[in-house]
Design a protein around this ligand. Structure first.
Ligand code: FDP
Length: 320
């Protein structure tokens, strides 16, 4: 079954068209990534995004591709990209109801070394009574849909629109259903964190990692370590195998590194729909009301058992 057939069977024509259009954009991005070493698309673009991060040429290309695709859809009221300073509002479409919020190429510092990168999209709706600006800043629990594309050995698209999590594999330009109703294991074998940061974070995080390693934190289960450093790759493994991914606050990034709207919200929606959980240490990610589009958050996401155990440790620890 194709992605188009799946979304058309389960969702409104407008939402089906939106998800399919994003997938078409991902196919264009995928073609550029697959042959990146042969053209002039590797390396830095020489610019910085609003967060002060060096933009890669492929970041810019992926961003332009998705914006073009969204512009062509009359149901889209606004586009909010991690790469752009301000949301792009389509003011000439008062009846348009969707807002596409995206990180066009997550993990882009990995492109030059041929490690997985991804596209992440969150869809919010302009509900009656809300302005577009207000709709952009709704909590993640209000998302209509969320999806990511993992450009890895296979290109996999995973989406939820609130009725389970479904995976599709790209084959000859078409996304074909490969895993319906994906479930994250309730407990898993791995923790995933940039451990170089462990001394830069509150002690509770080093205690959590030590407890995962020696088996004292979750049911005597000793966890192994996996960290790609590309969130989509680390999340996709966590979705399939279980365990936990953490990016805590550090001295360098006291509010966390990952972005709430572009990364944490969509993947938390997918995690919860698959039976997993996601918190910022103190509260559910999907309950956080964003103050501005580029806001960051600490993130602990993965299997119920690991997320609950780390959340419990944080709740019991004195605030530093
Ligand atoms: P990148 O800087 O390559 O874009 O949010 C960005 C991100 O990658 C995530 O994909 C990844 O999980 C994280 O940063 C890696 O951060 P560290 O290098 O600090 O571990």
């Amino acid at each position: 079954m194709t992605l188009f057939q799946h979304v058309s069977q389960h969702h409104t024509p407008e939402l089906a068209a939106l998800i399919t259009a994003i997938a078409d954009g991902a196919v264009t991005i995928e073609r550029k990534i697959r042959t990146a070493g042969l053209g002039d698309v590797l390396g830095a673009a020489g610019s910085e995004n609003v967060q002060g991060e060096a933009q890669q040429k492929l970041d810019v290309l992926a961003n332009d591709t998705l914006i073009e695709v969204m512009k062509a859809l009359p149901a889209v009221a606004a586009v909010v990209s991690e790469e752009d300073d301000e949301p792009i509002l389509f003011a000439d479409r008062p009846a348009a109801k969707f807002i596409a919020i995206f990180d066009p190429l997550d993990g882009s510092s990995n492109i030059d070394v041929n490690v997985n990168v991804g596209t992440i999209v969150s869809i919010q709706e302009v509900k009656p009574g809300l302005t577009v600006q207000e709709a952009i800043l709704q909590p993640g629990s209000e998302q209509v849909a969320a999806l990511y594309v993992n450009y890895g050995p296979s290109t996999i698209l995973v989406y939820t629109a609130g009725d389970g999590v479904h995976g599709f594999t790209l084959s000859e330009g078409e996304f074909l259903l490969s895993s319906e109703n994906m479930k994250m294991p309730q407990q898993g074998p791995y923790y995933s964190m940039n451990e170089a940061n462990v001394d830069e974070s509150d002690k509770v995080y080093s205690d959590a990692i030590a407890g995962l390693r020696d088996g004292t934190l979750v049911d005597g289960k000793k966890h192994g370590s996996r960290y790609v450093g590309s969130f989509i790759a680390d999340f996709h493994r966590t979705l399939l195998k279980g365990g936990v991914f953490l990016y805590p606050p550090t001295k360098k990034v006291p509010h966390g590194k990952l972005r709430l709207l572009y990364e944490a919200n969509p993947l938390s929606f997918i995690a919860e729909q698959a039976g997993g959980a996601a918190i910022n240490g103190h509260e559910r990610i999907l309950a956080i009301v964003p103050t501005q589009p580029h806001v960051r958050t600490p993130l602990i996401i993965g299997s119920q058992a690991e997320v609950a155990a780390i959340g419990g440790l944080i709740a019991a620890s004195p605030r530093e």
